[in-house]
Design a protein around this ligand. Structure first.
Ligand code: PFF
Length: 453
């Protein structure tokens, strides 16, 4: 169980720096684009209920597990699984993390690119350049998708090359509160529009008959995706964490912040969908499913900003998409950091070279998605709904039965001195040994059974 201390590896400057970076990773397109879309496709409030339950029952314990493994090993996911146990088979779990990171990032940058396109769409619309506005709004334009995705990846790579700088930490400190304020103002506006009440009801009043295995799988996938779990992002971020910090406390902040933003985003988007419907826009199919799928948010929200009209509409619209790109950027950095840190640690390549090579490979893969955006749905489903929970399952099994909880305790104790007297530890152990892996296995198992039945 050799663990090396690598003095030259980066470290977060402060506790706040880490929490902001981890919250930045968690809060992203998953909250504002994926969550409302998946929820609207899965019966609204019933989904919200199951999602919130799974976040706290499975997500939070797994987050503590990932952070403590990463901080102990001070390595990327592959190196972490390799170094914390003499059983090397789990190195494969580390590779699974890297593969999921690459797959998810390859569609993530396409959607993130749309946030850039729509920033300009809002400006062009305000200026009356309707041709240009329609051009940048076309999410089926492969070349445009490719160009904005490349721009977004270039921004991600350049930040990863610089490491986790004070600049990013400071930027997130300013931008995250701005995001919250803008969302709150938009919610207030939407609430007074016709149709919004129906959307709010759909969002907040659960119809428990809508709960089925598909919904539960989607809610579990969303919990993992939104909290950045199951692909080693938080193993990697934990590897830069100081031994002074209290891991369960930091994880609690990140979880609550992430769920809070997702909840607010739902409060904005669900009523907006119904509001758009009240205005005659077709958003639902005859069978009740959403028409636009992945692009829904990019069709309904811009309409809302246009409706607001004038300079106010422009300010809201452009700011919203700008902030959404920032939220996406602070997440894509962490997605790229997983394979990049693997290449740096395991192949002794410089950070600069590693980030450029990995970023270019991911961009190449994403070009296929740029020209056929219908690939986003299946790739997202395979890697987010199945891949991430599978990664989380492997983390639980590895920690509980190979690294062992008593070793985890030695790690978590640093920064959490009264761990022996605290109820947290015995409860967490039960979750990580039994409840989380059994629940994940049951949900994944019943889905796979459903597919082959
Ligand atoms: N949590 C991010 C979001 O909600 O947009 C996406 C993500 C980032 C997923 C990092 C997984 C990950 F490791």
């Amino acid at each position: 169980m050799a663990t090396s201390t690598t003095p030259n590896r980066g470290k977060w400057n402060s506790k706040l720096g880490f929490i902001l970076a981890a919250a930045g990773s968690a809060v992203g397109l998953g909250n504002i684009w994926r969550f409302p879309t998946v929820m609207a496709e899965n019966g609204g409030a019933a989904f919200l209920f199951i999602y919130a339950l799974l976040v706290f029952i499975i997500g939070y314990p797994v987050m503590v597990a990932e952070l403590s493994m990463g901080r102990r090993a001070e390595k990327n996911p592959v190196g972490t699984f390799k170094s914390l146990s003499s059983n090397k088979i789990f190195t494969l779990a580390g590779f699974w993390c890297v593969i999921c990171g690459i797959a998810i990032l390859s569609f993530y940058i396409i959607v993130a690119g749309w946030t850039i396109s729509y920033f300009f769409e809002q400006i062009f619309h305000y200026l009356g350049f309707e041709g240009a506005a329609a051009f940048v709004a076309d999410t089926d334009n492969g070349w445009l998708n490719a160009i904005v995705a490349v721009i977004f990846m270039a921004a991600t790579i350049s930040i990863n090359i610089a490491g986790i700088s004070q600049g990013i930490e400071r930027a997130v400190r300013l931008l995250m509160p701005m995001l919250v304020v803008i969302i709150l103002i938009l919610i207030v506006y939407v609430m007074f529009q016709p149709g919004a009440g129906e959307g709010l009801r759909e969002y907040l009043v659960p119809d428990f008959s809508a709960i089925n295995t598909d919904l539960i799988l989607a809610a579990m996938g969303q919990a993992f995706f939104s909290l950045s779990l199951g692909m080693g992002a938080l193993i990697t971020y934990g590897s830069y964490l100081s031994k002074r910090e209290n891991i369960p406390e930091a994880a609690a902040y990140v979880t609550v912040f992430d769920v809070g933003i997702a909840f607010l985003a739902g409060m904005l988007v669900m009523p907006t969908i119904y509001m758009a419907q009240a205005q005659g826009l077709v958003v639902f199919d005859e069978d009740g499913s959403l028409l636009a799928g992945a692009a829904l948010i990019f069709q309904v929200l811009p309409e809302l900003f246009h409706e607001m009209g004038g300079l106010v509409g422009l300010i809201f619209g452009a700011t919203f998409f700008f902030l959404l790109s920032i939220a996406a950027l602070t997440s894509s950095i962490s997605l790229l950091e997983v394979p990049t840190s693997y290449v740096i640690d395991e192949h002794k390549v410089s950070r600069k070279k590693a980030a450029i090579v990995v970023g270019s490979v991911v961009t190449f893969i994403s070009l296929f998605i740029a020209f056929d955006t219908s690939l986003i749905g299946p790739i997202d489903q395979i890697f987010s709904d199945i891949g991430l929970p599978l990664g989380g399952f492997l983390v639980c099994i590895f920690l509980a039965y190979f690294w062992k909880t008593q070793n985890a305790k030695l790690e978590v104790r640093q920064g959490f001195e009264n761990i022996d007297d605290h109820w947290f530890w015995p409860v967490w152990v039960v979750f990580i040994k039994y409840i989380c892996p059994i629940l994940i296995a049951l949900i994944l198992g019943s889905t796979i059974y459903g597919i082959f039945r």
